[in-house]
Design a protein around this ligand. Structure first.
Ligand SMILES: Nc1ncnc2c1ncn2[C@@H]1O[C@H](COP(=O)(O)OP(=O)(O)OP(=O)(O)O)[C@@H](O)[C@H]1O
Ligand SMILES: [Mg+2]
Length: 458
């Protein structure tokens, strides 16, 4: 990658000599004669290092230095001074200069030395930052368990989204699918990781308080506003804000949120000044926002603004191949927590987990396994360690009757098996079983007697 150096010096021959020497080292060098133009140039070009004269006409070097640091604190600035005294150099270092050189230069080797050292330090620093970020991103993503196609796609999306600095993110998924986990990953996997992640559940706070919670209020803005209060958007400055259950945000507040998204600014309640913030918005919903738009409870413009980057979380039952994997991960976690040594699940327990529809998604599975680990004192978790409704629900799951057919089976054998199967699925309730089989209760009782099945009354 090409390294860009900018020289800002009003003495043309010094600029020329430096440009000539450093170009020979393979750097791309530009020389500019005034501070004003130098700042403009930096705004419009990617610069790695600036050699900046302290004494410049109009805007002096200190002022230019400060402006450069405001544009990008990562740009290295080496000051050049013709004064032999040290004060200006110290002042420059305090303002963020990397080093300084005293003019006139005897030869270019001193300049080269400082420039190379500075660039090397910068390269290492950038590498460390990149490495750390990658490491923490992978750490965080690895806490999202699962290898199924759908969740792998979701994790890929998290990696992409984390790398984008400010664009808002919308996380969609039903209850317990991991929306908050993903929101954490997006924030802690991003460059904002060291800065605050502020969370608020839009449905948990009464409508009339939500606005001041989010945007703050000035003193005296309303009767109870005895003192000025900062809103969460201000507290989240430089970090992210997690707006959970965004679909509950009332219509009257939606334009204010849209404005923050578009201009990164807002006003406190009762305030007259715009407050600028640098906040990434991470919104989550378990409702279908498109339907909310159709129903008129969610603004179309806000919906489209939020929809730029979407992370969709699959239902647990759509990721069958993950159920057992997740169960085992949770067993490991709970083994550590409860000091147990459970190896896994019996076949029957696995089958039960696989047949259950998991309306509460990963959260429900996590809770089921925690309970099972507590109850289990054997090596394997069995069906009796699982909640009864799980077992029953999985029994009700349709089983292919063909699997039970064999070529030496008589019709009455088949009938017997089918009656038993339906009976079991309905917890021995004979009225229901008879209805499903399409026979009367007395016919059912007759058949049970005929097949030697115990006839306890229900
Ligand atoms: N893929 C996963 N790997 C590991 N743990 C997970 C995964 N998905 C969810 N969890 C865990 O399941 C629980 C529920 O997840 P989370 O709170 O993120 O869900 P949610 O979508 O925000 O639910 P709700 O809509 O009810 O708020 C958490 O304990 C979370 O750590
Ligand atoms: Mg949640």
């Amino acid at each position: 990658m090409e390294i860009n150096i900018l020289i800002v010096d009003d003495e043309e021959d010094i600029g020329f000599a430096l440009q000539h020497g450093l170009s020979k080292d393979g750097y791309h060098v530009t020389t500019i004669l005034s501070g004003e133009e130098g700042v403009e140039y930096i705004k419009n070009n990617l610069i790695d290092l600036v050699l900046l004269d302290i004494r410049l006409p109009e805007k002096d070097g200190f002022q230019v230095l400060q402006e450069i640091k405001e544009i990008d604190p990562d740009i290295l600035v080496v000051m050049m001074t013709a004064f032999p005294n040290i004060e200006p150099a110290i002042r420059a270092m305090k303002l963020g200069a990397y080093d300084y050189l005293t003019k006139p230069f005897q030869n270019l080797s001193e300049v080269r030395l400082i420039v190379n050292k500075a660039l090397e330090t910068q390269r290492l620093r950038r590498e460390v930052i990149r490495f750390k970020r990658q490491l923490s991103l992978e750490n965080i993503v690895s806490e999202i368990f699962g290898n199924s196609k759908k969740i792998v796609k979701t994790k890929e999306m998290i990696r992409i989204v984390s790398g984008v600095p400010r664009t808002s993110v919308l996380i969609q998924g039903e209850s317990g699918t991991g929306k908050e986990l993903v929101a954490n990953a997006v924030h802690y996997g991003s460059k904002r990781a060291q800065n605050p992640l502020v969370k608020i559940n839009c449905s948990a706070i009464p409508d009339n308080l939500l606005e001041s919670e989010l945007f703050g209020h000035e003193r005296g803005a309303f009767t109870d506003a005895k003192i000025m209060k900062k809103g969460l958007f201000e507290l989240a400055h430089t970090g992210s804000i997690f707006l959970d259950e965004i679909s509950s945000l009332k219509l009257s507040l939606q334009p204010k949120l849209l404005r923050v998204l578009e201009t990164q600014s807002f006003r406190r309640i009762g305030g007259i000044n715009d407050i600028n913030v640098d906040v990434r918005i991470i919104a989550a919903t378990n409702q279908n926002l498109e339907n909310c738009v159709k129903d008129g409870t969610f603004r179309t413009d806000l919906f489209y603004r939020l929809k730029v980057m979407v992370i969709n979380l699959p239902l647990l039952r759509e990721r069958d191949d993950d159920i057992i994997l997740l169960a085992k991960m949770f067993i490991d976690q709970n083994n550590r927590e409860f000091n147990k040594d459970i190896w896994g699940l019996t076949e029957e327990a696995e089958r039960t987990l696989l047949h259950y529809p998991w309306p509460g998604n990963v959260r429900e599975l996590k809770n089921v396994i925690e309970r099972a680990v507590i109850l289990c004192n054997e090596e394997l978790i069995d069906v009796d360690h699982l909640p009864r409704e799980l077992y029953l629900a999985s029994r009700k799951a349709p089983v292919k009757i063909g699997q039970q057919l064999t070529s030496d089976m008589s019709l009455s054998d088949m009938e017997k098996r089918h009656i038993l199967f339906v009976l079991e699925a309905h917890e021995n309730n004979k009225s229901q079983t008879a209805r499903v089989l399409g026979i009367s209760r007395s016919t059912l009782r007759e058949k049970l007697r005929q097949y030697g099945i115990d006839d306890e009354t229900d």
